[in-house]
Design a protein around this ligand. Structure first.
Ligand code: 5CA
Length: 439
């Protein structure tokens, strides 16, 4: 992408109502624009990051055996009357009437819709297990939308729903999602702690939240430090095998969100030097709720004995748009955002320090094409701007590598590369510079 043709409206200063660093940086980097309270337009740079996160979530869901669908944002109120949640959900639900005076709503979640889809087609235990997910916009009319995309009213969620013949099978589905979530966050460069959680309006009796640590987080967490240090299981586990030991390894150590915290148990289960109390951001929430929706909505499957019974369900949410802010909270410095390579909007930026100088233009162009050919999705800074302004905006938007082409280097046969995260610089011939960036 040539920056001269791109749309990256960076700002020198963040609007004063942006209270936390990720919100400030997203506005300054020209990633989002607020259209109404808690409702944002995603500008090109923000959209690129959002799509990369979405793709990582998708790949890890697919790996764990889930299948993607796309459900509508607008849902029929009648489905929510069947489950009994229409009246309970309260003010957070955006209720809409169509021209025929039918009650619709903008989905805050999709248990009812997916249960309706499931019951239309699946009738036998032989067709189980199933796990269906979608990545779709949700709307919750939050009382206090704030912190930018972190607590929006309209936000992008990955929501998966598992269907199993009995509780034991449903727990296996839960385990797959539990471990897949850890892999998602690890690929995003985040350390997420699974904590026991309250089930809230989704319901059920088994639930974990996934929290990443950040001072500005809205959740309080209490956890054993060994859990905080424990790595993700990695993609190569046997997804059809017994995952219980891997899950237990991570659930036997104390970890709870504030609603579930039990100080006496914390003290008993974690020695003092291992007790961590911190603030964090909830980036995922998984639930096992058994027959809560399948029973009232009559999503029945016949078991091996031929007897019909309500299918056992769980639901699994990732806050995809919230993750954009969460990653920035976890990874920035005074100059701006530091994207992990896995979600960076551009892999590298070629900085032309003297646009219009034929020799410099030629090397910059060559570098740009080489990075393009290597699949690095480069950005070419071909703006007619002072070098200082170019570096400031590229540091702000957090491109992981800068490849700097100036007249002196070109005369000496070298370019300079800078790693955004460390500030480390090296002067190298162009082909070696490309190799380092692509390593
Ligand atoms: N149906 C279940 C799981 S599929 C569900 O809705 N769970 S949830 O309510 O916990 O939401 C899932 C995730 O969406 C949360 O962990 C959080 O990361 C994200 N999320 C929830 N509300 C918002 C919001 N207002 N703004 C941004 N992200 C949100």
């Amino acid at each position: 992408m040539r920056l001269s043709r791109y749309f990256m409206p960076t700002l020198r200063e963040a609007p004063s109502d942006a209270q936390i660093v990720s919100h400030q940086l997203m506005l300054r980097a020209g990633m989002i624009r607020q259209e109404a309270a808690g409702i944002y337009a995603w500008l090109p740079l923000g959209l690129k990051v959002l799509k990369k996160i979405e793709q990582i979530v998708r790949e890890e869901m697919d790996r764990a055996g889930a299948v993607e669908v796309l459900m509508p944002t607008l849902q029929l109120a009648d489905l929510w009357r069947e489950s009994g949640r229409y009246d309970d959900y309260g003010e957070e639900m955006l209720r809409i009437k169509d021209r025929h005076e039918r009650d619709l709503l903008y989905g805050p979640t999709a248990e009812e819709v997916i249960t309706d889809i499931f019951r239309a087609y699946v009738k036998s235990y032989r067709d189980l297990p199933k796990n269906l997910y979608n990545i779709q916009w949700k709307f919750r009319d939050e009382r206090r939308p704030r912190f930018g995309v972190m607590r929006g009213r309209e936000f992008l969620m990955k929501d998966a729903y598992s269907f199993d013949v009995d509780e034991a099978a449903a727990r296996r589905a839960y385990n797959r999602m539990f471990l897949a979530y850890l892999n998602v966050y690890s690929r995003l460069g985040l350390k997420a702690i699974p904590v026991r959680a309250d089930t809230g309006p989704i319901g059920g009796d088994l639930s974990h939240e996934f929290i990443i640590l950040a001072e500005t987080g809205e959740s309080e967490v209490f956890a054993h430090r060994d859990l905080v240090e424990m790595g993700a299981p990695g993609p190569d586990i046997d997804w059809d095998g017994d995952l219980q030991p891997l899950v237990e390894q991570r659930t036997r150590l104390y970890a709870a969100s504030d609603e579930m915290h039990d100080p006496a148990r914390f003290e008993a289960e974690a020695p003092e030097d291992k007790r961590m109390t911190a603030r964090g951001i909830e980036v995922g929430h998984i639930f096992y709720f058994g027959e809560k929706y399948s029973k009232p909505m009559k999503a029945l499957v016949a078991g091996p004995d031929g007897v019909e019974r309500p299918v056992h369900m769980g639901s699994y949410g990732v806050g995809v748009s919230r993750l954009v802010g969460a990653i920035i909270e976890a990874s920035h410095d005074d100059s701006g955002i530091i994207w992990p390579d896995s979600v960076a909007p551009f892999g590298a930026a070629v900085v032309n320090l003297r646009v219009g100088d034929a020799a410099v233009d030629a090397v910059a162009e060559q570098a740009y094409r080489a990075l393009q050919a290597a699949g690095k999705e480069p950005l070419l800074d071909d703006r007619d701007e002072r070098p200082g302004a170019k570096f400031a905006s590229l540091d702000l938007v957090g491109v992981p590598w800068q490849l700097i082409v100036g007249p002196k280097g070109v005369a000496d046969g070298v370019v300079e590369i800078k790693r955004r995260a460390t500030g480390e610089r090296q002067s190298l011939p162009l082909d070696e510079a490309i190799k380092v960036i692509c390593a």
